[in-house]
Design a binder for this molecule. Structure first.
Ligand SMILES: Nc1nc2c([nH]c(=O)n2[C@@H]2O[C@H](COP(=O)(O)OP(=O)(O)OP(=O)(O)O)[C@@H](O)[C@H]2O)c(=O)[nH]1
Length: 314
């Protein structure tokens, strides 16, 4: 059995969404491959402290803000690594690299450098997941009002839409889904259909969002580009990870009128449940754009919302 090596890596992000990659130098494992800056956690160090130290040693910068994000394990020929990824949106000092052959600011949807270290493929996919998910409720506000709110939110930058319409009958739901997928995709957004793989395929959606009961019942990941699930417990989050889903939605952070029976987790409860998972987790439950910073500090990838995304007037 190879021993487990803990490694911390930082997704150092600029306000335009680009992040920093470094190319591994000759004489290291996987020379020429690209990685997120970081390195091994030393005895007695927390992963966050290790990353702060590595960024200082390798790049000469001080991380001012470090958000826990994902944890992934990977078996290399030389070691079994447990990678602790953090997001680093704020740092001080000029970047002055001491260890890589080259550095490059990259965007997840338009990577210009290759190859990436083998463990990092899912990390790049996670970085392509937008930070805000809008969940439709045409059954409540009406199809026309929801489509108008969708257009306004897309114009405002929304790039991830979950079509969730338990209140519409099958025909109305299918028609609404087809139209919402069309509008979302025309704006460059991902559109996911809640709970219905068949309908997602029929309207060429980007994926499916599984309610918790479906997550529990499924034997394998549905064959669609994006698959996520609603989770309320650690066991459900681990099941989503075991099925290699692309994301989970975890709530409720606050009590909401949609799910009055669900106890509120608060940010502490959220971060305890969402810690050290290999997939990004969106926070749900009474949230809006103003909660993004708190969500990310708690380890969330971003937020998912019904009312909080469609705007007060919509
Ligand atoms: N820094 C970093 N390491 C990664 C990433 N992805 C990934 O699989 N790894 C693996 O994690 C391990 C990190 O080792 P390292 O050699 O960079 O560690 P280090 O800076 O502490 O070097 P050292 O060997 O001199 O102590 C390597 O096995 C590397 O392949 C990544 O994105 N960033």
């Amino acid at each position: 059995m190879k021993k487990v090596v803990d490694v911390s890596a930082g997704v150092i992000t600029r306000p335009d969404g680009s992040f920093l990659l470094g190319q591994r130098a000759p004489g290291t494992f996987y020379p020429g491959y690209w990685e997120f800056p970081g390195g091994k956690v030393e005895a007695g160090e927390t992963p966050a402290a290790a990353l702060a130290r590595e960024l200082d040693e390798e790049l000469g910068i001080r991380a001012q803000v470090l958000h826990p994000w994902l944890m992934r394990e990977h078996h290399y020929e030389h070691a079994h690594v447990r990678l602790h990824f953090f997001e680093v949106p704020v740092w001080s000092g000029e970047i002055n690299d001491h260890v890589h052959s080259a550095l490059a600011w990259q965007r997840a949807d338009h990577l210009e450098v290759a190859p990436m270290l083998p463990a990092n493929g899912p990390i790049l996919k996670a970085l392509r997941l937008p930070r805000t998910m809008g969940i439709t409720h045409a059954g409540e506000i009406g199809v026309d009002a929801q489509l108008a709110a969708l257009d306004a939110a897309l114009a405002d930058g929304l790039r991830l839409v979950q079509i969730r319409e338990p209140g519409l009958d099958a025909a109305a739901r299918a028609a609404f889904a087809a139209e919402a997928v069309r509008r979302a995709q025309a704006a460059g957004a991902l559109a996911l259909v809640n709970g219905d793989v068949e309908l997602a395929l029929r309207c060429a959606a980007d994926g499916v969002h599984l309610p918790a009961a479906q997550l529990a019942a499924l034997g394998a990941r549905p064959d669609l580009p994006w698959v996520g699930a609603s989770c309320h417990t650690r066991a459900e989050l681990e099941r989503a990870a075991a099925l290699a889903l692309d994301y989970a939605v975890l709530g409720a952070v606050r009590a909401t009128p949609t799910h009055p029976d669900q106890p509120a987790l608060g940010w502490e409860g959220f971060s305890a449940l969402a810690a050290e998972l290999p997939l990004p987790v969106l926070a749900l439950g009474g949230l809006g754009a103003a909660d993004m910073a708190a969500a990310r500090a708690a380890g969330a990838h971003g937020i998912a919302a019904i009312r909080g995304v469609w705007g007060a007037a919509r």
